[in-house]
Design a protein around this ligand. Structure first.
Ligand code: NAP
Length: 339
């Protein structure tokens, strides 16, 4: 089997994508910003060794041309997963937009020059609908786009990056391009690092917030997202398409109930009382992680994954299974303790 490139190997989603590809016999080359700290990829080396998989790492930064040509050289398939997803919004949106957009263009140009067959880009439902805009009760799908000029920095970066992908695809028909648009990605972590999408579960389980704001997201399991990326490579008709991959809206209160049922008996005091908007607003003045939530209060995330089900054959795990596995892995890796 030919080599498949995965960008951003140190990330939560890319780690599972690599695991899934190795398990399906792919030879994988994976990019990291720097090879100087082998501890950051030790879990992946162990995983590859455990299954006799073929995995190598190369250096490439989204902000730099260096390394991309060599990274893609000889790869038939490219999965471009890397993009900054920080837990707190930056002061300047450009800090996210530049690596997201310029980095994606670097990957696409290098892929085309190397003769790659297909490039799958990890976009987001943040490029479909976001923040207050989603409060109109309409279910969004692949036909919908976030207005980047009315979006917070992260959603702006994902929207502009995906727009750039489709512009490139139009101008360069030689490369097949597919976009995967996940909802809030949860699920087991592979090593002791909890990324941004773990924030809510980590804070609920660790009792780091006193009550639960009326915020909802459409979660999806990271293992299902890994499958979606692989299928996006395998399914011929996927070329030229974006795929929303997310379950139904789940309010933080519903997540808290599930976590309390499962982990309450183990001593985890998961808050379930409702947090009024004014209290969230006050907390957000001191806590930049909480600030991210302000835009989402009261508006459910309603998206439709029927296209991914029909065309990629994707079936999503029940959210309870995902939440319980997320909580268990955060506990097992020592990232939350009972309070
Ligand atoms: P993550 O764990 O924070 O991973 C992000 C990855 O991007 C890391 O490997 C990071 O490398 C890399 N990266 C950031 N800036 C870079 C740069 N300048 N050059 C090279 N690499 C860079 O986030 P994730 O949750 O796995 O997200 C992965 C992708 O999925 C992103 O495109 C994100 O937008 C998208 N997504 C995530 C979710 C979600 O809920 N998690 C939902 C929808 C879409 P370092 O480790 O060196 O920082």
């Amino acid at each position: 089997m030919s080599t498949t490139l995965v960008t951003g190997a140190t990330g939560f989603i890319a780690g599972h994508v690599i695991d899934d590809l190795l398990a399906h016999g792919h030879r994988v080359r994976a990019t990291v910003r720097s090879l100087r700290d082998p501890a950051r990829t030790a879990h992946l080396r162990a995983l590859a060794d455990g299954m006799g998989g073929d995995l190598e790492f190369v250096e490439a930064d989204l902000l730099d041309d260096a390394g991309w040509a060599a990274a893609v050289d000889g790869c038939e398939n490219v999965l471009h997963v890397a993009s900054p997803f920080p837990p707190t919004p930056p002061r300047d949106a450009e800090a996210l937009v530049k690596p997201a957009v310029d980095g994606t263009m670097r990957v696409l140009r290098a892929s085309e020059a190397a003769g790659a067959r297909r490039v799958v880009v990890t976009s987001s439902v943040a490029a479909v609908s976001t923040g207050r805009a989603r409060g109109d009760g309409r279910v969004r799908d692949e036909a919908d786009w976030t207005d980047p000029d009315r979006a917070a920095p992260y959603a702006r970066s994902k929207t502009l990056a995906e727009r750039a992908v489709w512009r490139f695809a139009e101008e360069h028909p030689g490369v097949d391009v597919v976009a995967i648009n996940p909802g809030l990605v949860l699920g087991p972590i592979q090593h002791a690092a909890a990324g941004t999408s773990m924030t809510t579960v980590r804070r609920l389980l660790g009792h780091e917030i006193p009550a639960v704001p009326a915020i909802g997201f459409a979660p999806v399991d990271v293992r299902d997202i890994a499958t979606a990326h692989r299928r996006a490579l395998e399914v011929p008709r996927a070329a030229g398409n974006r795929y929303v991959c997310a379950g139904p809206n789940v309010w933080f209160g519903e997540m808290a109930e599930i976590l309390r049922e499962e982990f309450g008996p183990l001593g985890y005091r998961v808050p379930t009382a409702h947090m009024p908007y004014w209290l969230l607003w006050v907390l957000a003045r001191f806590d930049r992680e909480v600030r991210l939530g302000l835009d989402f209060v009261g508006s459910p995330e309603l998206v439709n994954s029927a296209k991914a089900a029909a065309e990629l054959g994707l079936t999503l795990r029940p959210v309870r299974e995902t939440l319980v596995d997320t909580g268990r892995s955060l506990i097992d890796h020592g990232l939350v303790t009972p309070r």
